[in-house]
Design a protein around this ligand. Structure first.
Ligand SMILES: [Zn+2]
Ligand SMILES: [Zn+2]
Length: 86
């Protein structure tokens, strides 16, 4: 479990967006648009904001962070990439 106090403090390490906590799966998910290659945020035109990646995409991913021993693993490269439908 992750406490509400902790949830209020946490933000997506990639885009600083809000996270949705799934108490059943014990995961924190950011449903904003991220680059499918590196997980960094993308701009309006779908271009990755990471200068080293710079990928251009038209399908994006959300990032799902798992919780281990009540500690959310807030690492972009550890997050599971979830395809976004819209
Ligand atoms: Zn995010
Ligand atoms: Zn990228």
């Amino acid at each position: 479990m992750v406490s509400q106090e902790l949830l209020d403090l946490l933000a997506c390490p990639s885009c600083k967006g809000d996270l949705e906590y799934d108490a059943t799966k014990d995961t924190l998910t950011c449903y904003n648009r991220h680059c499918p290659k590196c997980g960094m945020p993308v701009d309006e035109s779908g271009t990755c904001q990471d200068s080293e990646c710079g990928a251009q995409s038209n399908s994006f991913v959300g990032l799902c962070y798992r919780v281990e021993d009540d500690i959310p693993i807030m690492l972009i490269y550890e997050a599971e990439k979830i395809p976004l439908t819209s």
